[in-house]
Design a protein around this ligand. Structure first.
Ligand SMILES: [Zn+2]
Ligand SMILES: [Zn+2]
Length: 348
């Protein structure tokens, strides 16, 4: 063990009920000083050919309004749609299928083409959280919608070519797998232990303390003990809410502050716009009882180093468990050593 120089450890992921293997080198020093090579040329605030900028025409022919804050519209290239054929041919044998119906929307965070979520003022992030909440309530109320998945893919490494700050919503007739698993696990824990699993996760993080990046009276941001990606982080209200729908205005603002503080540290890490997949984990909207489900935001950055992706290979794709070659404590220490003022602002 000591001679190999590596710390092999299995860590239990309580929300997914699976092992995460940590195989980090003991000698690994916190990443210091490295920056992404050349920063890309600055973008203009408005781009004529952008489908998301105010007043522009989209591929569908619809024209964007001259919006000033958050702007939501139906996705012109939906992966699920209300027009999905309801009559589909059944497959042979044990196979089964169902119509993939739902609603796909795009949420533009700002009329400005050249900002990111991390750079938005707290007031604008709070307005975005309120818009996400309203979408969850509106779409979740539709009888055919069983789940509302709100997410942002950010950066070219996760396939996003348009930098205009935006996210997406899939309101579907099925519950996405991770949420289904979390709802099942949290529901069972609630019935058996009479406790909220995510509250016990927060308490365990507080007891350790090393992975907490931000904490206020009502919100918290941390790298979980069981992180699967190097810089994976959770942002959550400290009180249990099944979704954004029941959060107070003050809680929304506190959550915005916590989220911004995480995203700013991400950008400051290598002084580059940090790519990630950000997902809201809110309770399904199928009418079942979701006591014990605690809304949270999960951020999954795909990079391990400025130009090094976390490749999913044998253990992850082939076997189904994550192998992490970094320790969340070390990654949290890196992020905590950074200022919480965005480097672009700090340099002005
Ligand atoms: Zn734009
Ligand atoms: Zn989750």
């Amino acid at each position: 063990m000591a001679s190999s120089g590596a710390a092999w450890e299995q860590r239990w992921h309580p929300l997914r009920e699976e092992w995460v293997v940590v195989a980090a080198h003991r000698q690994d020093r916190p990443w210091q000083g490295e920056r992404a090579a050349a920063s890309p040329p600055p973008l203009p605030e408005y781009v004529e050919t952008c489908y998301f900028c105010p007043r522009n025409q989209r591929v569908s022919g619809a024209r964007n309004p001259d919006y000033q804050s958050v702007f939501v519209f139906d996705n012109d290239h939906p992966c699920v749609g209300v027009d999905a054929p309801q009559e589909i041919e059944p497959p042979p044998g044990i196979y089964r299928n169902a119509p993939a119906s739902g609603i796909a929307r795009v949420v533009c965070y700002s009329p400005k083409h050249n900002v990111t979520l991390a750079e938005l003022p707290v007031e604008d992030i709070t307005a975005l959280l309120a818009a996400w909440r309203d979408q969850y309530i509106e779409l979740g109320a539709r009888p055919e919608v069983r789940h509302v998945l709100t997410f942002e893919n950010k950066g070219e490494v996760v396939g996003v070519s348009n930098p205009h700050p935006h996210g997406q919503i899939y309101a579907t007739n099925f519950v996405f797998k991770f949420i289904e698993t979390e709802a099942m696990v949290c529901g069972r824990y609630y019935r058996e232990q009479d406790r909220v699993l995510f509250q016990d996760i927060i308490r365990s993080e507080q007891e350790d303390g090393r992975r907490i990046l931000f904490e206020s009276a009502s919100a918290i941001a941390f790298l979980p003990y069981f992180a699967r990606y190097a810089y994976e982080a959770y942002v959550a209200p400290k009180a249990t809410h099944a979704s954004l729908a029941t959060m107070s205005a003050g809680e929304l603002r506190d959550l915005a502050v916590a989220l911004k503080s995480l995203l700013v540290r991400y950008d400051n890490l290598w002084q580059m716009s940090f790519p990630y997949v950000l997902t809201l984990h809110q309770a399904p909207t199928d009418g079942a009882d979701y006591s014990g489900f605690h809304f949270h935001i999960e951020c999954h950055p795909p990079l391990r180093k400025p130009h090094l992706l976390k490749y999913l290979a044998g253990p992850e794709i082939g076997g189904g468990n994550f192998l992490s070659d970094t320790r969340p404590e070390a990654k949290a220490a890196e992020l905590l050593s950074l200022p919480d003022i965005h480097y672009k602002v700090a340099h002005v």
